[in-house]
Design a protein around this ligand. Structure first.
Ligand code: AMP
Ligand code: MG
Length: 343
């Protein structure tokens, strides 16, 4: 199929909305990363998203809405059932880069939630994303618009690199502001739990909710076994709350290694490993965000993809301090490195 290139102008967005309504796939920008959207209420359309991404079908998708009222159909018990925690979080962070897990209604197909009885919902703030959801008159299920296992796309070019010819259309917007995926907050249990860290931090959520928010425990430890992104085979014993976690993620073709320490220590170690790599006929690259976690979030995925384009074999990255946004970026760095840290 030919992938139609669309702009963020109104007539193109209306056209994209038609494609979604007819069961097609449209990639679109959001403030976090580019999404690959389908009608969230159409099981067949959603299944074709898994096929286009080569994504295991037990990996649930986030449902994107343009108005809070759209939640009424998606969650069990409708809007009336919203808890005080849910109201507070939505008031504080929607529209924006926060996904909330709710008990799901029967209207949401199992294909969208990977068979879970919960549904992940987000209201993006990006204008093109908002307009597309409004134009399609449907909630839009959208995972990141990359081939499964690859770094998430943060530019339209990144999306085309993975998806050209596999999807109906792409809305060619700007580079994404945030650069890493949304924070995922589970509000279905006793204690509000972060399943995926993002730019909205644990500290901000704790403040908005006025009570303790915790990280899901597997976020704090190295998984027992990392699955191979090519075949999607995962350790079947590992059943995390947020199913995406069991698959390897964010992997460029090059090998990624993380290096801890001060700028001087990083330079010295990177030089040693770089020289060794060159001696072995490899092309090494060096990446230091100099403790700027916003720059790291914004650029990490784009940089990993750019190094692949340039044919590097080894990427040596300086770690960030694991607090606030640094924790969220380190979560992606660790996964892309297969948890390999050089001390
Ligand atoms: P992506 O669409 O690639 O950004 O990934 C979406 C992620 O959201 C999934 O991999 C899960 O980790 C998480 N997620 C989506 N729906 C649920 C749910 N119902 N329960 C827990 N986590 C979810
Ligand atoms: Mg993804």
């Amino acid at each position: 199929m030919t992938t139609e290139r669309l702009t963020t102008e109104l007539d193109d967005i209306l056209r994209a909305g038609d494609i979604i309504r007819r069961g097609g796939l449209v990639a679109f920008p959001t403030e976090t990363v580019y999404g690959l959207g389908a009608n969230a209420l159409d099981a067949e359309a959603v299944s074709s998203v898994y096929a286009a991404k080569g994504r295991p079908s037990d990996n649930p998708m986030i449902v994107h809405i343009a108005e809070k009222s759209e939640l009424d159909d998606l969650i069990r018990g409708g809007l009336e059932s919203l808890t005080e925690d849910a109201r507070r979080t939505m008031d504080a962070f929607w529209p924006g880069p926060l996904t909330i897990i709710f008990p799901k209604s029967d209207a949401v197909p199992d294909a969208t939630t990977g068979g879970l009885d919960t549904v992940a919902v987000r209201m993006p703030s990006n204008r093109a994303a908002y307009m597309l959801i409004a134009a399609s008159l449907r909630p839009i299920a959208a995972p990141s618009a990359n081939v499964s296992g690859r770094p998430s796309p943060t530019t339209a070019e990144d999306v085309l690199e993975d998806m050209d010819g596999r999807i109906d259309a792409i809305i060619m917007g700007e580079q994404c502001d945030v650069g890493i995926e949304s924070t995922v907050l589970d509000l279905t249990g006793e204690v509000p739990t972060i399943l995926r860290p993002g730019i909205i931090t644990k500290e901000e959520l704790t403040e908005a909710l006025g009570r303790e928010v915790v990280y899901y425990k597997s976020l704090l430890e190295k998984p027992a076994e990392t699955a191979d992104p090519e075949d999607g085979v995962a350790d079947t014993e590992f059943k995390p709350k947020s199913p995406g976690m069991k698959y390897r993620h964010y992997s460029p073709k090059a090998k990624v290694r993380l290096i801890e320490g001060s700028r001087e220590e990083f330079v010295a170690k990177a030089k040693e490993l770089g020289v060794e790599a060159i001696r072995n006929g490899l092309k090494p690259a060096v990446l230091d965000y100099r403790e700027d976690e916003h720059a790291a979030a914004h650029d990490l995925f784009a940089d990993l993809r750019e190094f692949d384009r340039q044919g590097y074999d080894l990427i040596l990255i300086r770690t960030l301090e694991e607090s606030g946004l640094g924790f969220s970026v380190m979560n992606r760095m660790l996964k892309s490195a297969g948890y390999d840290i050089v001390k």
